[in-house]
Design a protein around this ligand. Structure first.
Ligand SMILES: Cc1cc2nc3c(=O)[nH]c(=O)nc-3n(C[C@H](O)[C@H](O)[C@H](O)COP(=O)(O)OP(=O)(O)OC[C@H]3O[C@@H](n4cnc5c(N)ncnc54)[C@H](O)[C@@H]3O)c2cc1C
Length: 449
């Protein structure tokens, strides 16, 4: 580890971006406090990635544990930062942190604002993802799926939702609706594989045929799309759970229609055509309408940052200055406040907080490490300060009226979950409420006395 006299840094959010930013800074000798709203670290690596991806999840968790065990990293879980949280950015600054890296991810669901989104049977994909991954507040939520499920959106999260339905709710027919054409689907072959055996290739063939006249270089796009389906299908087992999986293209939902009991029963779509501008492909409404039956509608259209955090937001992301002092590879990581016409010069942002719902863990890591480099550039401009230790800074923060979870507590929690899994003969066990996790930590600590 490099020795230096930099002031301690607060990293806010212990998802992949926060953890990798903390690791980067800690390896440069900076002392880092890592604040996290959730008790457990990992963000969407803990509460988003599909549970069957055991190898990936276990690998990430092992890396995260090594980061949290670094001697100059302090984990503070169960602490929400921000203007509506437990501690404000100003309080962090006043306590003596030299700079802040915001890696709070994209915490607010995107909706389209259509009539009928509040009907029964309408969900955001995150409701389902957080439910099966046991995120407190979602874990015990009752989900009431019907037999005709419509998913709006054609990305990897849509496929995770289909995969969950395949294992937990059949028989049913799931149709994923895309605004654009088969050439613009956003999923990859690997994520498709677990559900490729359920594809209704005949129905999808019809849907592709409908879209064909609107597609430029349609032959190429269709070949690429079918290569994706066939590649996934070759690696997948036959679907034996009674789920039928279809896709439709060039359809934008206009409104959801309810029945007399208040449950969704249909969606009205406008049919689109595609407009090609250079490499970009846009969809435009044709004015033609189609209504399809659906007793469950799931919006899988991504998320945006939390607007109540206290930083300026534009297009779902925290705003960065267009003229950064410390650009990395041409990218700005410095927060910008257009209302005050001032740069918040000690606040940096990376990961999904900078670009909401953009990319996988590898990309979040790259972004966080670039952001950490930018932040280091800023720290280098400050007066060296060898006297302010991270532990001294932490003692100057307001005392919270609740348990703040540190790395030692996390170790105890994971031992307690391991003990229950062993007792119940399960591969893994996860507490589904903060209260249960905090009780388990107390119990585990008492056992160690
Ligand atoms: C359903 C789903 C499945 C995915 N599957 C995969 C996959 O299989 N493979 C893959 O590589 N990637 C996958 N991804 C993408 C991956 O999860 C993201 O790229 C990555 O998690 C983004 O990291 P992040 O740290 O920016 O945000 P997040 O992971 O969202 O982490 C944000 C953290 O900030 C904390 N936080 C939020 N607000 C506050 C606050 N005010 N104060 C303190 N802490 C706060 C949260 O508790 C959380 O811990 C998936 C994403 C989703 C949604």
């Amino acid at each position: 580890m490099i020795e230096n006299n930099h002031k301690p840094v607060a990293v806010i959010g212990a998802g992949p971006a926060g953890l990798y930013a903390a690791q980067y800074l800690a390896r440069q000798g900076v002392e880092v406090a890592l604040f996290n709203r959730d008790i457990k670290p990992g963000g969407l690596a803990e509460y988003g990635i599909f549970p069957d991806k055991v190898k990936m999840r276990t690998g990430l968790m092992a890396q995260f544990e090594r980061i949290l065990a670094m001697p100059n990293v302090r984990y503070r879980g169960n602490v929400t930062i921000g203007q509506s949280g437990d501690i404000s950015l100003d309080q962090l600054r006043q306590a003596g942190f030299g700079a802040m890296m915001v890696t709070t991810g994209a915490q607010q669901n995107n909706w389209l604002g259509l009539p009928g989104e509040d009907l029964q049977g309408v969900y955001h994909a995150n409701d389902i993802v957080f439910h099966y991954n046991r995120l407190p507040a979602y874990a015990d939520q009752q989900l009431d799926f019907g037999r005709q499920v419509a998913v709006i959106g054609v990305g990897n999260v849509m496929l995770d939702v289909v995969n969950y339905l395949k294992g937990h709710h059949t028989p049913c027919t799931v149709t994923a609706y895309a605004r654009r054409g088969p050439g613009e689907v956003k999923f990859d072959q690997q994520t498709l594989e677990p559900v490729a055996g359920c594809l209704d290739l005949e129905a999808i063939g019809e849907a592709v045929k409908e879209a064909y006249p609107s597609m430029a270089s349609a032959g190429d796009a269709v070949r690429k799309f079918y290569a994706l389906l066939v590649g996934a299908r070759e690696k997948s087992a036959e679907c034996d759970t009674g789920l039928t999986f279809r896709m439709r293209f060039l359809m934008s939902p206009l409104r959801l229609i309810g029945d007399e009991s208040g449950r969704v029963k249909a969606i009205q779509f406008e049919i689109n055509h595609l407009v090609h501008e250079g490499e970009a492909v846009f969809s435009r409404g044709t004015g033609r309408l189609e209504t399809v039956a659906a007793d469950t509608v799931i919006f899988s259209i991504g998320s945006r940052v939390n607007p109540d955090f206290g930083l300026p937001v534009a297009q779902g992301n925290y705003v960065t200055t267009p003229e950064p002092h410390f650009p990395i590879d041409g990218i700005s990581y410095e927060v910008y406040n257009p209302d005050l016409c001032a740069r918040c010069e000690d606040i940096f942002v990376s990961g999904w907080a900078r670009l909401a719902s953009e990319g996988i863990v590898g990309l979040a890591r790259k972004d966080a490490e670039r952001g950490a480099r930018a932040l280091l550039g800023y720290l280098d401009t400050l007066q060296p300060d060898a006297t302010t230790s991270i532990d001294a800074v932490l003692t100057r923060l307001p005392r919270l009226d609740k348990k703040v979870v540190d790395f030692a507590d996390l170790t105890v929690l994971s031992e307690e979950e391991g003990r229950i899994a062993a007792q119940q003969g399960l591969p893994a066990f996860k507490f589904s409420s903060n209260a249960d996790m905090l009780d388990a930590i107390e119990r585990g600590l008492a056992r160690k006395l």
